[in-house]
Ligand binder design. Structure first.
Ligand code: BG6
Length: 486
């Protein structure tokens, strides 16, 4: 029986706008996800708008806003992130559940607009900081290592409206000021920091705050995020010498659809477009092939004199990533980082995501071969419909199977391939609102939250069968996981 190394951390992950709620409490400002409606697998979420002529409108959450339109809230629309699954009012109870499972780590994001309501203030909102003081102290009391995502795909609405989000360099300064506030407040308490979530997959007004979503705007915005990340790492190391910094990348594998050389090369190029972001942030420079991508997409990055130096001097200490699925590409594929074609050898989840545990071992090996930095799987999990039985039980053997099979591959990558992966946080350890569809019925958790797609329900927490199973996984440090090369 093999187990994870003693120092391997097991736990769960969430993001504030999917979990925290309390959108108008404690002085929190509006942020970019507050305007998203709920949706479904066939109709993705929309951003509610006031159009140029004053009338109401909506736009798909990853599309450009129509000219002159601005995000706007309406009383008769349901916005899932406002309440989410209400961590705001369940801090002790939920951390108690984490502790009962034996969590060694909890990855969560801080809501930027709870700390700087507009993003542009000189002084932070003390009440917002007090909320996270409570969360962090409660975690530490329960021996759970906090891992903080500074920015999980969101920014204060004021920065989107006034500066066009990350297309403006001014937002770099706002981000660094916000990060510095967190470092000064949580030094000595928080060691692991993630500067951005899925930086290689962000897109749309809600995630980067830009009104337009063309390639030029997008890559320029991401360049600003690269610089902001490096500046935060410099400050973070200075304020907290023991700290370790990562950025999170969406790295679901991309395989060639056939062994036709053109398909192999096409898949390689697609993968590289995704790894481009890791190359810049882990190796500290724009790689040579950037020129080809930028020429093809007609991108001209405007840089300031010191930008490249910042990126070079302050690369990542570790690489964290999400892995949910794999995908295939051939010479005709047109998808752009997200999406992709379906592998005929793999089964799909009810939301159409191919399930591929071995792809995770492949990915861990690929990343370590390429970067030689410690790795952390900060998101992985299964979105499924769960049934709450009359006696309060939930029999989610499909989730146990999914998480077991992925953990088995991580264990193989560590114990057989000697890849230094130092932890795993299961995504949505408690049910949260889905990022892409805004649904509640797409559930990931070990803990069920009584709430439906319209935000109705008691918010009561119920332990699923997977809760008790994961408790045993942690207790045995992974020994009870089966599969992989036993
Ligand atoms: C990742 C995000 O892309 O995938 C999470 O970092 C998200 O925020 C997760 O929730 C799963 O996606 P979804 O759409 O099923 O919630």
């Amino acid at each position: 029986m093999r187990e994870f190394p003693k120092e391997f951390l097991l736990g769960g992950a969430t993001a504030d706008f999917q979990y925290e709620g309390g959108f108008n409490e404690g002085g929190r400002g509006l942020h970019s996800h507050d305007f998203e409606t709920s949706g479904s697998v066939d109709c993705l979420r929309q951003i509610s708008l006031k159009l140029k002529d004053g009338s109401r409108g909506t736009v798909n959450y990853r599309d450009s806003l129509p000219d002159g339109a601005e995000a706007r809230l309406y009383d008769d629309i349901y916005y899932p992130s406002h309440q989410a699954t209400d961590f705001f009012n369940h801090v002790e109870e939920d951390i108690g559940l984490m502790a009962e499972m034996g969590f060694q780590v909890y990855r969560f994001s801080i809501c930027w607009s709870r700390i700087y309501p507009t993003g542009d203030e000189d002084m932070p909102n003390e009440e917002g900081l007090e909320f996270y003081d409570k969360v962090i102290d409660e975690l530490l009391k329960n021996n759970i290592e906090p891992m903080i995502t500074i920015c999980h795909d969101e920014l204060p609405f004021y920065l989107c409206k006034t500066y066009d989000g990350w297309s403006s360099r001014h937002v770099i300064d706002c981000y660094v000021k916000y990060a510095k506030t967190l470092f000064e407040r949580y030094k000595g308490k928080v060691k692991y920091w993630i500067t951005f979530n899925e930086i290689n997959a962000v897109g749309g007004y809600a995630q980067i705050g830009t009104h337009k979503q063309d390639h030029q705007t997008h890559y320029q915005a991401v360049h600003h995020m690269f610089v902001a990340s490096s500046k935060a790492i410099q400050l973070g190391h200075q304020i907290m010498p023991e700290s370790m910094f990562g950025t999170m990348f969406a790295l679901s594998e991309i395989y060639p659809a056939t062994c036709h050389p053109e398909d192999i090369f096409a898949a390689y190029q697609k993968r590289r477009e995704s790894l481009f972001f890791v190359d810049v942030m882990a190796r500290g420079k724009y790689p040579n092939y950037t020129k080809e991508i930028f020429e093809r997409k007609n991108i001209h990055i405007i840089k300031e004199k010191d930008d490249d130096q910042w990126i070079k001097d302050y690369p990542l200490d570790f690489i964290s990533f999400s892995y949910y699925r794999s995908t295939i590409a051939d010479r005709h594929s047109t998808f752009d980082i997200m999406g992709g074609d379906v592998n005929p050898y793999l089964e799909l989840t009810p939301w159409g995501w191919p399930v591929d545990p071995l792809g995770l071992r492949y990915c861990l090996n690929e990343l370590y071969d390429r970067y030689q930095k410690p790795l952390f799987v900060v998101e992985n999990g299964l979105g499924a419909v769960d049934i709450l039985e009359k006696d309060g039980s939930i029999h989610d053997d499909y989730r146990i199977q999914y998480v077991n099979d992925h953990l088995a591959q991580i264990r193989d990558a560590i114990t057989i391939d000697h890849v230094p992966c130092f932890g795993y946080t299961m995504w949505g350890w408690i049910d949260v609102v889905s990022l892409s569809t805004g649904e509640m019925k797409k559930r990931y958790g070990f803990v069920y939250v009584d709430m439906d797609d319209n935000g109705k329900g008691s918010l009561k927490r119920y332990k699923k069968d997977s809760f008790y199973w994961f408790q045993k996984v942690i207790k045995s440090q992974g020994k009870i996981i089966h599969g992989g090369k036993e």
